[in-house]
Design a protein around this ligand. Structure first.
Ligand code: AQP
Length: 333
């Protein structure tokens, strides 16, 4: 195991679509802050994982580059953080194969994401969907990550990575750092604007339910004005008011105001005034990032040069772990 001075954080993002406000408020914004909080951050775009569901090839390439530019626009600092595209670091696939051989059929069968995704894509229950957690374990263990920031829905993946690491360490001696899930302090869970009982998702068929980080101000305003709320009109956090609760959560995350302050601000005003105010706050939050984003994506050569230059940085770290693993299991290196 490596003896790093700083604790290392590993996080990867799927590029199956444009990031949503949920990805932004629930994950990305907090992850970018971690680079300023003394952590050694390793971030990547999980394009290999995206292949477990059939993708339109040109779309996957486009979303990958878009996502890369978006994180740079948000202020990801390449002096402090390694940020690469997964498929450009072949050690991920190599370690994943080895870990496949140290993971049991039974434990993969119990993964809720496999059950959910195979129900959703019944015509394409491929082996990749089933062994996805082994690739995810490889993503984490290659970098000897101490922490993996996760939403509650992804905790099971870190648990299986821990099980695989402990099993391997048990057989061959200390090889992998056993990672811990990191539940972010300010990780807002953003729900669909059309169905506040389900989370806002890139792949939601109803695009009115999600705000994409690239939506223009008019679109953001329109989607918030149409957001589902209950039949009342009072801006108050409470049971059975999931739609309003969600809007309050978004407004609180963007403005930094508490629920009490929001309730006071909108006392006697009703949803008709609250919804556009939430939209305005979101528009103001996204505007400067969208402006930087547009400059970055317009410079294709810069973008390509930047992500290409990151791959060798990641490979250098990943290869140290992979070589050790190969030696331990008896492969010739
Ligand atoms: N609605 C959300 N609220 C808060 N956090 C969210 N995250 C995703 N949706 C919300 C968090 O974003 C991080 C990156 O997620 P990802 O890009 O790897 O994919 P995901 O979780 O599968 O996100 P989507 O948008 O729901 O994608 P699809 O539609 O492809 O499944 C994670 O930390 C996640 O918790």
């Amino acid at each position: 195991m490596e003896n790093q001075e700083k604790k290392r954080i590993l996080s990867m993002y799927q590029c199956t679509g444009t990031f949503t406000l949920g990805n932004y408020l629930g994950a990305l914004r907090n992850h970018i802050k971690l680079q300023e909080e003394g952590y050694d951050c390793v971030y990547a775009l999980a394009d290999l994982h995206a292949l477990t569901v059939r993708q339109v090839p040109a779309g996957l390439r486009k979303y990958t580059k878009e996502a890369y530019a978006w994180l740079l626009a948000m202020g990801l600092d390449l002096e402090k953080t390694v940020f690469f595209i997964q498929s450009q670091v072949p050690q991920h696939s190599q370690l994943a194969w080895i870990l496949n051989c140290y993971t049991q059929f039974g434990e993969l069968s119990r993964m809720t994401q496999f059950k959910d995704k195979s129900a959703k894509h019944a015509d394409n229950i491929n082996a990749g969907l089933f062994t996805y957690p082994c690739l995810m374990a490889a993503d984490i263990l290659l970098y000897q990550a101490d922490y993996v920031p996760v939403g509650a829905d992804q905790k099971q993946h870190v648990e299986i990575a821990r099980d695989i690491a402990e099993r391997f360490n048990g057989i061959y001696g200390g090889t992998f750092t056993v990672p811990e899930p990191m539940i972010p302090k300010h990780g807002a869970r953003v729900m669909s604007l059309q169905n506040p009982l389900s989370k806002m998702s890139k792949s939601d068929e109803n695009q009115n339910g999600n705000i994409s980080v690239l939506d223009d101000p008019d679109t953001i305003m329109r989607k918030f004005k149409r957001a589902k709320t209950d039949s009342g009109s009072e801006v108050r956090f409470g049971e059975g008011k999931e739609g309003v609760n969600n809007l309050m959560g978004i407004y609180a995350a963007v403005t930094g105001k508490s629920y009490e302050e929001i309730e006071r601000e909108f006392a006697g005003k009703g949803y008709g005034e609250f919804k556009p105010a939430v939209a305005e706050a979101v528009i103001a939050e996204l505007r400067p990032i969208q402006e930087r984003y547009r400059q970055i994506v317009a410079d294709k050569a810069f973008l390509e040069e930047t992500y290409r230059a990151q791959a060798p940085r990641a490979q250098a770290i990943a290869q140290r772990t992979l070589s050790r693993v190969m030696k331990k299991v008896g492969l010739v290196i």
